[in-house]
Design a protein around this ligand. Structure first.
Ligand code: X8Z
Ligand code: ZN
Length: 599
């Protein structure tokens, strides 16, 4: 995950400039950027060290230290942006101009100039992260507490309507206290964004895509229009199958699906209910979770197998420090932030992951996802610090997922996680269904999270309507409904990690489109001929070379140039995901014939 540290700016810079004597020549833009790159890397280390320590040891002291590091960082950031204004209107070297442009976009929440407000913003952000990470649902006293890990497990495995309801309601109740913190956070971060010249924080986020923010809004809407029909087909079929399990009174035709029946706390990825919707029972046995357990895979061995994949593409082995300093499993003795993330600690080789890895298929895929971030970090480590980022944030999210698309049944067989695979139409449809439950089901969720935040930051949605608007969007995009009555005492957006952690989310929506474009381009480079869903780039040197070339560029040029270099097109486009799922699409159309689809 791209943390605040992405573009750290040195506090040293402030005093250095203050001390400059009048007789000295003003610093050139090139020299300013060079100094920024050096000094920001230094301050970035501090923010990363405080952040990683906090995330892996949540307590009041680490919360405080993390807030302090954030505060220092935000102060330096604001000062650097101010200083950079001296170069407005000058003709600059293109790389310098790009660095100065990116500088302004370098945090996910800028602070107001007022130091008291900056301290308050840093404290509230740190507090929300810890509240989310340490949250527990305790139905009747401290002996009965359940962690998110436990509740998520219930959502994935249980098929009992009431048990699912309790786990869902329990977790969502833990977000209530976050509401007032979030209200204050929005006020302060918006103030910071406005002082920097953005309309609001949402407009600042939308400015990070090498195009005007309004154009980006249109782009995202265009992509959603392209994939919406795919989602509606899947939704219709899945609702029909859920009816068979839970009854038509609970899952009626023409209505949204109750949000707790899809195998996932947020109804964002549905692969866990595969057994309920399997098209051809028995046609393809892909019990990866069973194989991991049987073969006694532990967290490190899972991570090794992910590393092996990247190494097969020509990436280097991970540094020893990765293995020494990462957090791979949930400790029993303290709360940690279990939401998986990847960390670039020093702009160099100190890379880590933090994940509470369990031996199951979902976690296996997530480890490969996180290593995508890690190999991006390592690939662009020789870029100037300001360019050490994804071409855009959707690229960063798409690397590991592109690798996930190559984890075909044939690959799983190669690494011994499934037995013989009997190919055929039925096996293909089963496999496509499994992938679609993650990749297609996710699309509307990926789109709506920031739709909600954009409205909140713009002031279109005020605290009196936070929860109602959240559910209106979830109904509109995902076709899901809350399984219990909700009110404005609830704060359901806060039950999703990225809201209290203030991580922008449109990146994932973009990634879920882009990763199919990357997959197609790399498969072509690998000389694959045959359907896209059968391709795996595992072990292919040419695909690896093209992949590594893209990653090494970081954010040094507009993403359109980087995309063109790999795929030959300058646009994000859903044709590759549509092509990938062509067989399933035809099959779904047959299944849905005569049904009342939609909601
Ligand atoms: O947050 C993540 C990654 C870390 S960057 C595990 N993802 C989103 C989520 O879990 O909500 C990956 C898929 C979407
Ligand atoms: Zn990620």
């Amino acid at each position: 995950m791209k943390k605040l540290i992405a573009l750290a700016v040195s506090a040293v810079l402030l005093s250095a400039c203050g001390d400059r004597r009048e007789s000295e020549a003003p610093e050139t833009a090139d020299a300013f950027v060079e100094r920024l790159n050096r000094e920001m890397r230094d301050l970035g280390r501090e923010v990363a060290a405080a952040g990683f320590t906090y995330a892996t040891f949540i307590n009041p002291d680490t919360e405080f230290l993390n807030a302090r590091a954030t505060e220092r960082y935000l102060a330096a950031f604001t000062a650097a942006v101010e200083e950079a204004k001296a170069y407005d209107g000058q003709t600059l070297d293109p790389a310098t101009a790009r660095a100065l442009h990116l500088l302004r976009l370098g945090v996910s929440a800028p602070a107001p100039r007022d130091p008291a407000k900056r301290a308050e913003l840093s404290a509230v952000m740190s507090k929300m992260e810890g509240m989310y990470g340490a949250a527990k649902y305790c139905p009747s006293g401290p002996q009965t507490c359940k962690t998110q890990t436990q509740l998520v497990e219930v959502m994935a495995r249980s098929r009992n309507y009431d048990e699912l309801l309790e786990a869902w309601a329990g977790w969502h109740s833990t977000a209530r206290p976050l509401r007032e913190e979030y209200v204050r956070f929005v006020e302060l971060a918006n103030e910071g964004a406005r002082e920097m010249g953005f309309a609001d924080l949402g407009a600042m986020w939308r400015s990070g895509y090498d195009m005007p923010p309004d154009e980006f809004t249109q782009e995202a809407a265009r992509l959603w229009d392209q994939v919406q029909p795919l989602y509606e087909d899947l939704h219709c079929y899945v609702r029909g199958r859920l009816q068979q399990t839970y009854g038509a009174e609970r899952v009626p035709d023409g209505e949204p699906i109750p949000a707790h029946l899809l195998g996932n706390m947020w109804a964002q990825q549905w692969a866990e209910i595969y057994p309920l919707v399997e098209p051809y029972p028995g046609a393809l046995d892909l019990d990866i979770t069973g194989a991991l357990r049987e073969q006694q895979y532990d967290a490190r061995r899972i991570t090794r197998s992910a590393e092996d994949f990247y190494v097969s593409l020509g990436f280097p082995r991970l540094p020893e420090t990765f293995w020494e300093r990462s957090l791979f499993t949930e400790p029993a003795d303290r709360p940690v932030q279990c939401h998986a993330s990847a960390w670039h600690m020093d702009g160099g080789e100190d890379v880590r992951i933090k994940q509470c890895i369990e031996p199951n298929q979902d976690h296996l895929m997530t480890v490969y996802h996180e290593l995508g971030h890690v190999y991006y970090y390592l690939s662009y480590k020789d870029q100037p610090y300001i360019f050490q980022s994804g071409a855009h944030d959707g690229f960063h999210e798409a690397i590991g997922d592109t690798v996930n698309l190559s984890m075909t049944p044939a690959y799983m067989q190669q690494i011994g996680l499934v037995g013989a695979v009997r190919p055929g139409h039925e096996a293909t449809i089963n496999q496509q269904m499994k992938v679609a439950l993650d990749k297609i089901a996710f699309l509307p969720f990926g789109k709506l999270i920031d739709e909600w935040r954009w409205k909140v930051f713009a002031g279109e949605v005020t605290p009196e309507n936070y929860n109602a608007t959240w559910w209106a969007l979830r109904r509109q995009y995902q076709g899901v409904s809350p399984p219990l009555e909700r009110s404005e005492a609830d704060f359901d957006p806060g039950a999703k990690y990225h809201v209290p952690a203030n991580t922008p989310y449109t990146r994932y929506f973009l990634s879920y489109i882009l990763q199919f474009q990357f997959h197609k381009a790399l498969c072509e480079a690998a000389g694959h001929d045959g359907p896209l869903h059968e391709c795996s780039i595992y072990g292919n040197q040419e695909a690896g070379r093209r992949f590594r070339e893209m990653l090494a560029l970081g954010q040094s040029q507009p993403w359109q140039d980087t995309l063109e270099k790999l795929t030959g097109t300058r646009n994000m486009d859903a044709s590759a995901i549509i092509e990938y799922f062509a067989p399933l699409r035809t099959w779904l159309a047959q299944q849905n014939e005569g049904k009342q689809c939609g909601w």
